[in-house]
Design a protein around this ligand. Structure first.
Ligand SMILES: [Zn+2]
Length: 189
């Protein structure tokens, strides 16, 4: 009986330790500034515009050298384009605006953790840093058909050096899902 209890305690310890490690990796122990907060709030504001326009609750801003390059929200329903996620739209617009395909030195503030498609687009555009609010798991809980591969896992599998920080302004970002669910204009996909 004692052995069973000991095995159980060791298992609990392993589970707690691994969840702590994952959380620490996503949070990255980085110090986020008031400026980061400001830019994330811009992404949140953009997302609200999208929700009011009948779109799903996702937004992203791309910043370079402390200056806003572009903010975009998801337009999947508006354009009947399943790939028109906020991050993809922001990357396309930023590349056009800066007349380059190289967005190194840019940070993308995304209200939700970029999906594997958007994470890959960030990689291709050589974006330096991703800061996101809610997680892919949160989007899944809201009804989206997410591929549940986290950015940390993408980094690991793809050996990417992309700097990722998550769970930023989590509560404010979770509110976006609530706002969208209350609007009942458009469905998840
Ligand atoms: Zn995406």
């Amino acid at each position: 009986m004692k052995l069973v209890r000991n095995i159980f305690l060791v298992l609990i310890a392993i589970v707690l330790l691994s969840s702590f490690t994952v959380t620490a990796a996503v949070r990255g122990n980085k110090t986020l500034t008031e400026q980061d907060k400001y830019f994330m709030q811009l992404a949140i504001k953009k997302t609200k515009e999208g929700v009011k326009d009948g779109q799903t609750p996702f937004g992203a801003c791309i910043i370079k050298d402390g200056k806003i390059v572009v903010c975009a929200h998801n337009v999947v329903w508006k354009t009947t384009d399943i790939t028109a996620h906020a991050e993809i739209n922001a990357i396309r617009q930023a590349c056009k605006k800066l007349n380059t395909i190289d967005l190194s030195g840019c940070t993308i503030y995304s209200t939700t953790e970029p999906c594997p498609m958007c994470f890959s687009a960030c990689h291709w555009a050589m974006i330096s840093k991703i800061i996101f609010g809610t997680s892919i798991e949160d989007a899944k809980k809201a009804g989206f058909n997410e591929l549940t591969v986290s950015n940390e896992k993408m980094k690991l599998l793809g050996m990417s050096y992309l700097d990722v920080t998550g769970n930023f302004l989590k509560e404010e970002n979770l509110e976006l899902f609530k706002m969208w669910l209350a609007s009942l204009k458009m469905m998840a996909y």
